[in-house]
Design a protein around this ligand. Sequence first.
Ligand code: ADP
Length: 256
Amino acid sequence: YQVRMIHASDETVGADFYVLIFRDVSEARRIDRMRTDFVANASHELRTPLASLRGFIETLQGPARNDLKAQDKFLPIMLEQVTRMSRLVDDLMSLSRLELKARVAPDEEVALAPLLGSVCDALQPLARELGVTIERQLGETTSSVRGDRDELTQVFENLIENACKYGQEGERVIVSLGTSASGDPEVSVTDFGPGIEPQHVPRLTERFYRANIESSRSKKGTGLGLAIVKHILTRHKARLAIRSEVGKGSTFTVYF
Ligand code: ADP
């Protein structure tokens, strides 16, 4: 608690008055700590690939100066590190843009089926590379929501990309648009990958949280994708539900 004391004298009655104000600052402290942790995590995530790049550059300038074999081996790894850093910086920028816009309500009419269709089209090359087939179940619904088209595109890109990355090779990823009992649109992304152990599920939308990354099929990622998804959905007064069964697969559903 932060404590403040106010003192006042009232000469007409000849008395002193003291007021003590206790202010609960635990929430402010918590947010402060989250911010510090976030900066520390982000710096750590950038420092690792930077240190490795420095090592490669020093080797290529020094001992491996004329070694073509070493160059062939190191350059693709260096490119991968640079790609990783770009991805991280892009995700960090998305988060900070969202924070800046936090007070402006998104208010465009966004038709969901065409948006989902173009996200699936855009992710087709990745799906092919990872050996999964994206199946669309967009039906005849003409559902639309009020929101920000670019932000909603990012939500479904992140969810479908995850389903391709963490799904099962040779299997499908199903993207379906439906209507809930209350008549509101809902979008599900289902994969048939190894699933997520229950203890990880509530933490997946935390920044930098990654589950079982060592055994995972894809190690590419920043751990920021679902944090961005949650941020955007909160702005849209929508909700993300994660259902997963180990050994069977996962379904991420957005309820508008
Ligand atoms: P990342 O950049 O690591 O993919 P995300 O925030 O998008 O970051 O996801 C956080 C973690 O959630 C991932 O590292 C992965 O462990 C887990 N995850 C997300 N989607 C799936 C999925 N469809 N199946 C299994 N695990 C998933």
